[in-house]
Design a protein around this ligand. Structure first.
Ligand code: PEP
Ligand code: MG
Length: 575
């Protein structure tokens, strides 16, 4: 039976494909069916992953220092025993053979079955041992994800749409190398990092659907309209036809925009605008080059730290930063220092706070862990001789943090000098304005920094007290709230007064419906997902600065929600 679900359009575009339900367990994994010919390779992939996990556990065991507590080797021994048990070592293989499913899915199903059995145990201690089973399975799954199997792009030429209750930013990393046509989730907001990653993949996505995971059945046909935030399940032929038509129109419009790749982003009256790209990992660089971006305005370096148990070494980070710097040649590359915390949690991170978005996040975490921070600063500084690198500090809230950070950068430079290691002595250091306190004092921050970048995703979250990842309050997350617009305009003006460039690198910068508004508020530097650059450039090419300024100003004072749409419509040329 056909039905429609409404959520938040997180990434534009239209996809039509078969639903693939992600696991309901604690470990989110993809589920896909395998053709007969792939069963044996999949069994081998599973065996190899178990073997690699065994080696990892044995290595860890052998490296335990003598001074470590006795529980540690015992704990690893127990995990090795669990791994050797038929229930983990053999049973999933039966599922792969019989259900013709991928190894991750088979393993997760088996884990769910075991966890259910543990749940029946009365003794609380024994019952809690299910955590060990989950941890061992997670280890094997991580290995499997690191060696992806042959994920079909749909069975026999059909496309797959991933249906999940929730996806974390770390889960999304693994999808960078797979080929889903769309993602839909029950939870999440439009500026959650998961949504941002869906946009960076250029794949249609709808979030906050609440019940998609329980209402949609595996393999059902679904249409995903990422612009309207609509999902149509089991559509009839007439609706399918209509959406195929819309899909073709969308693809044509996207193709047409590609002609703008090499044109300068200039308004009709000749004002130059800079369009930079946001990236998460060096593997995003082909999309950046494809978009014609004039630089990297935000490299979310924390993504190098996700999906792993250990920390990336200084050399590993250096290689990643160097690759990006070299690829961009003489164009600026803005590396944001670690912004972990809130919805981007590394497994080795601090215990989860009651209120992580207000907790030990971003620069606060880095200053609490100076060794971690110093390692990253060394890697960035070393990479600075390979291009035009800039440092960006996330979530500054007070001047003590700024001072401590600048001191740490100075110390790191000093130690590199002492070691005779080259770096850019004049590397620019900028700060993100994403806390209202920083926006209000943007002029003072601008004086002490080389540039500012407004993180509107967090600025909206902290100004309006709306958790950006919580679908329950997503309807209140409002980029057009006059308080938000005033803080943005104030920050841009503060930068102008201090003669320091100000960019916006939050999702507002990549929303072509807001381009003219931001131009009207004085913005001349935008940074966004590469996939949005051409649509934003298209808006800029058709804008007159005086006109958009006159039309943007009333929005700063507008308190009538209904009038907002008409004011924005006027800005965008709709009368
Ligand atoms: C922002 O907050 O707008 C921003 C760009 O940073 P992030 O989305 O990574 O928090
Ligand atoms: Mg932010």
């Amino acid at each position: 039976m056909s039905f429609t679900l409404h959520g938040i359009g997180a990434s534009s575009g239209i996809a039509i494909g078969r639903a693939h339900l992600a696991s309901p367990s604690r470990v989110e994994v993809a589920h896909y069916s395998l053709p007969e010919s792939q069963i044996d390779p999949e069994l081998k992939r599973f065996d190899d992953a178990v073997e690699q996990t065994r080696t990892e556990l044995r290595n860890l065991r052998s490296q335990i220092p003598a001074s470590a507590p006795a529980e540690l080797p015992a704990f690893l021994d127990m995990h090795l025993l669990i791994l050797d048990d038929n229930m983990i070592d053999e049973e999933p293989k039966r599922l792969i053979r019989e259900q013709r499913c991928n190894a991750e899915w088979a393993l997760t199903q088996q884990m769910e079955a075991l966890v259910a059995r543990f749940e029946e145990i009365e003794d609380p201690y024994l019952r809690s041992r299910q955590e060990d089973v989950v941890q061992v399975v997670q280890r094997v799954i991580k290995v499997l994800v690191g060696h992806p199997g042959q994920l079909p792009a749909g069975t026999e030429g059909e496309e797959c749409v991933l249906v999940s209750h929730e996806l974390t930013p770390a889960d999304m990393i693994q999808f960078k190398s797979t080929r889903f046509a769309a993602f839909i989730t029950d939870l999440g907001g439009a500026t959650s990092h998961t949504a941002i990653m869906a946009r960076s993949l250029g794949i249609p996505s709808v979030m906050a659907l609440h019940q998609a995971r329980s209402l949609i059945r595996d393999h059902e046909w679904i249409i995903v309209d990422g612009r309207e935030g609509v999902v149509i399940v089991d559509p009839d032929e007439k609706i399918l036809e209509e959406y195929r038509h819309r899909q073709t129109a969308w693809v044509k419009a996207t193709e047409k925009l590609k002609k703008l790749k090499t044109s300068r982003a200039k308004t009709l009256d000749g004002t130059n605008v800079e369009l930079f790209a946001n990236i998460e990992l060096p593997q995003d660089m082909p999309a950046v080059l494809e978009s014609g971006a004039q630089g990297i305005g935000l490299f979310r370096s924390e993504f190098l730290f996700l999906n792993r148990d250990d920390l990336p070494s200084e050399d590993e980070q250096f290689e990643a930063y160097k690759t990006v710097a070299e690829t961009m040649e003489d164009k600026p590359v803005t590396i944001r220092t670690l912004d972990l915390g809130a919805d981007k949690q590394a497994p080795w991170g601090h215990t989860v706070a009651d209120n992580p978005a207000l907790g030990l996040r971003a620069i606060r975490l880095c200053l609490a862990e100076p060794r971690l921070f110093e390692t990253q600063l060394r890697a960035i500084l070393r990479a600075s001789v390979f291009g035009k690198v800039r440092i960006l500090i996330p979530m500054l809230g007070n001047f003590g943090e700024l001072k401590a950070t600048l001191q740490l950068i100075a110390q790191t430079k000093e130690s590199l000098r002492a070691e005779g290691i080259r770096f850019d002595e004049r590397i620019p250091v900028g700060g993100m304005i994403e806390v209202p306190a920083a926006a209000l004092l943007a002029e003072q921050f601008a004086k002490q920094l080389d540039f500012l970048s407004i993180g509107t995703n967090d600025l909206i979250q902290y100004t309006l007290a709306i958790d950006r990842a919580d679908d329950a309050v997503a309807h209140l997350y409002d980029p057009l709230h006059p308080a938000v617009l005033n803080l943005i305009q104030h920050t841009i003006r503060s930068g102008q007064k201090a003669s320091k460039p100000v960019s916006v690198c939050g999702e507002m910068a990549g929303d072509s419906q807001l381009t003219r508004l931001l131009l009207g508020l004085g913005l001349r530097h935008f940074s966004m997902q590469p996939a949005s650059i051409l649509a934003v450039k298209h808006q800029i090419l058709g804008s007159m600065i005086d006109e958009v300024t006159d039309l943007a100003i009333p929005l700063l004072k507008n308190t009538d929600a209904e009038k907002t749409a008409s004011l924005l419509g006027k800005l965008n040329g709709k009368s």
